[in-house]
Design a binder for this molecule. Structure first.
Ligand code: FAD
Length: 489
């Protein structure tokens, strides 16, 4: 029997458990070579933002340590996949290359070219489904096109896709030849001079163990009130799994299986609401596959004529959490400090930028891309287009969040604002969400002078709302054309 090793190329699947490519490679009973590749040059790949680079550094470190504990070794290399993967396969004498599939069209093109190349060299190539529940190439509407509306998409997904039982983690990893590896530090993923990542490190534990711990905490408590309290940033009871899912440190199948094993079982309303959020993740990837330029192009073409405002001062105020609207500012500061923001506040902060400031959603998307640890090439642009009204199944443009009422409703005691906007900490609720409504003496008693300690609102809600509605009315005068999906043969 041949002892040629199997090369496993890890990508968005930095986990040992429920890793189909790894399990299949082990089943061949050959030595394993595990490769992770920093590919910053292949065309079409979106360069990672700063927070994601930080996450990746620590995720790789955790995965390499987990692999080493089982007797294996993770090889790190840098360069285009088309060159490095065949090169490493040749170096170690592998006769097969296994990986878990990716869903971006550019990534699929890279993998298809590579497969042809490796086949031509006489190697076997196998790709497995490990990330999404559905295959965006296969799930189609009755007329054969992509879904554009969430509810029928998710109904079809649930009807056609049964998540496979998660695979167990291996207990040992037979190592192949000792190939040279780059040092993780040499990738330059961790920020230096300055190292701004202290808040991220205090908030997160990247890696498979960190993902499992987050899931356990969520299943202990948050799931039991998910449908009613998921919108409360002050309670912060959601799963916090998004960056772990983004980097494949845990699979959706593992999450769903653990949910269904939970005793006592959560109420159906809580379970189904949570599972539907996983569904939104699937839907985002479905859209990204069929509309590859989701991050740069309005899904609804009528938005191409929208009169976006260019106002750099306003954009900077939003990024820094100095808009004068406490719920928006709390969210933007939470994002900067920790690399995340509660979902409800993401919606409010994004809506504020797009509708109150009328700044192009692509500016906000780019900022989130750089600062979120869960920055996802599918979910981030899909969510921004949803908020802007330009996307699939989007929130209608005329639904304009009032940041004051959103604050009083979802952060009723002001605890979230107090945490992230400490200069307002001594203000009472509900006025903490609209400090400019308090008399100066009352503000002074709480140590606040507006425009000294905290800004007055950079735009007034009511006229901003009217301006947004007028701009939208002009844009919407034409019937709403939709982009054609990418042609799929
Ligand atoms: P939970 O409420 O516990 O949800 C469980 C999982 O479902 C999440 O981990 C996530 O994987 C998925 N999920 C939940 N809501 C959504 C959604 N609306 N769309 C897609 N997937 C969802 N999510 C990202 O993963 N990456 C992004 O880059 C991203 N950018 C966003 C930008 C904007 C403007 C908005 C409004 C939302 C964005 N979201 C993004 C969706 C959502 O805010 C996050 O997934 C969620 O806040 C993560 O917290 P959690 O893991 O505790 O979520």
């Amino acid at each position: 029997m041949s002892s040629a090793p199997t090369l496993v190329w890890l990508r968005r699947d930095l986990r040992l458990a429920d890793n189909p490519a790894l399990t299949a490679a082990l089943a061949r009973r050959r030595p394993l070579v595990l490769l992770w590749l920093l590919d910053e040059t292949s065309p079409g790949l979106r360069p990672l933002g700063g927070a994601s680079r930080w996450w990746l550094h620590h995720s790789l470190a955790a995965f390499a340590a987990d692999v080493a504990r089982l007797g294996g070794r993770l090889i790190l290399r840098r360069g285009p996949a088309s060159v490095v993967v065949p090169g490493v396969a040749a170096e170690c004498g592998a006769d097969a290359v296994f990986w878990n599939g990716r869903h971006g069209t550019d990534e699929i093109a890279i993998d298809d070219d590579l497969t042809a190349h490796l086949h031509a060299d006489g190697l076997a190539v196998e790709s497995f489904r490990a990330d999404l529940l559905h295959d965006p190439r296969e799930l189609r509407t009755g007329t054969g096109g992509p879904y554009r509306v969430f509810t029928p998409f998710w109904r079809a997904c649930l009807a056609h896709v049964a998540p496979a039982a998660p695979l167990p983690a291996p207990t040992a990893l037979p190592t192949g030849p000792a190939l040279p590896s780059e040092a993780l530090d040499a990738f330059g993923l961790h920020p230096r001079a300055p190292d701004w990542s202290g808040g991220l490190a205090a908030t997160w534990t990247p890696g498979e163990a960190g993902a499992a711990a987050r899931l356990a905490i969520f299943l202990e408590k948050g799931i039991y009130s998910y449908s009613t309290e998921r919108d409360r940033p002050d309670l912060d009871l959601t799963s916090h799994l998004s960056p772990h899912l983004r980097f494949g440190e845990i699979s959706t199948a593992q999450v769903l299986a653990a949910l269904d094993r939970r005793t006592p079982p959560p109420a159906a309303i809580d379970r189904d609401k949570f599972v539907a959020e996983i569904g939104w993740r699937e839907f985002s990837h479905h859209l990204k596959f069929h509309f590859p330029d989701l991050a740069s192009r309005n899904l609804q073409a009528r938005f191409d004529a929208f009169p976006w405002v260019r106002d750099d001062a306003l954009l900077v105020a939003w990024r820094r959490g100095r808009t004068g609207y406490p719920i928006v500012d709390a969210g933007m500061r939470q994002l900067w400090a920790t690399g995340t923001m509660h979902n409800r506040v993401r919606m409010v902060a994004a809506s504020f930028l797009v509708k109150h400031c009328r700044i192009d959603w692509r500016e906000g998307e780019a900022w989130f891309w750089d600062t979120l640890v869960d920055a996802c090439p599918a979910a981030n642009p899909a969510s921004w287009q949803w908020v802007a009204g330009s996307g699939a199944d989007a929130a209608p443009f005329f639904r304009i969040f009032n940041p004051v009422t959103q604050g009083t409703k979802f952060d009723p005691d002001g605890a979230y604002v107090r945490r992230w906007v400490p200069e307002l900490a001594r203000l009472p609720a509900p006025a903490i969400h609209s400090p400019w409504t308090l008399p100066p003496a009352r503000l002074a008693a709480a140590g606040v002078v507006l425009d000294r300690d905290y800004p007055k609102p950079v735009v007034d809600h009511a006229p901003a709302r009217e301006r947004a509605l007028a701009a939208f009315a002009a844009t919407a005068a034409e019937p709403p054309p939709e982009r054609a999906p990418r042609r799929i043969d």
